[in-house]
Design a protein around this ligand. Structure first.
Ligand code: GRF
Length: 199
């Protein structure tokens, strides 16, 4: 049992829709957590502007400056430790992490993936769902928040949200409906983890 708020870091690579949503959730008075650090691996990520404009402590750790994954992960690990991070949320972080990194943070690193895992691991999930759909039957898609494990898009599932795939869906319309569910799923999963960690 602890009373100090849980110290959270968010990892992201791009637009930062989940980053914004999680930041707002963590800052809500009833959530026993603080957003201590955001780490981004791409200098062109739009989410960095959000961090700058909202005074969110952030670090750009550009993976292209490191010779291999282990060195990059070591830099991330050092930044996370320096900020005394207790829980990590990967939110659109488009880079595989080494098994060593993931094992070090086991059960303290969450990830969001735009599919109903274990279906459609990997990239371009919306496109692949549309390509595979059976038009004579209803088809579902969605998102998953899970605890990260060394294997890509593996790990205990915390929250899943479903959406129906509609006959006239395009990749963009489907992505938008899944994203609307991601914005509900991640805060729910975070609350679940905070309740577990804080006893
Ligand atoms: C989301 O769909 C997330 O599930 C996936 O990458 C996308 C990131 O979007 N891993 P954003 O950066 O949160 O806008």
């Amino acid at each position: 049992m602890t009373s100090a708020p849980t110290r959270i870091a968010i990892l992201f690579s791009g637009t930062g829709t989940n980053l914004r949503n999680l930041a707002a959730h963590i800052n809500a008075p009833h959530v026993p957590a603080t957003l201590e650090l955001a780490i981004c691996n791409r200098p062109d990520a739009k989410g960095l502007d959000f961090c700058r404009e909202n005074n969110i402590p952030h670090e750009l750790i550009d993976h292209t400056n490191y010779s291999d994954r282990a060195e990059f992960d070591a830099a991330m690990h050092a930044a996370l430790q320096a900020a005394n991070i207790e829980l990590i949320c990967a939110a659109g972080f488009m880079r595989l992490l080494t098994p060593e990194f993931v094992q070090h943070w086991e059960d303290r690193i969450l990830n969001i993936h735009p599919s109903l895992l274990p279906a459609y691991k990997g990239l371009h999930t919306h496109r692949r769902v549309l390509e595979a759909r059976d038009t004579s039957h209803g088809c579902t898609h969605g998102c998953t928040v899970h605890l990260m494990r060394p294997e890509m898009d593996e790990g205990p599932i915390l929250v899943q949200k479903q959406v129906d795939v509609l006959p006239d869906d395009t990749e963009d319309t489907l992505a938008a409906r899944v994203m609307a569910q991601e914005l509900i799923a991640y805060p729910e999963a975070l609350d679940m983890m905070l309740a577990r960690l804080r006893g």
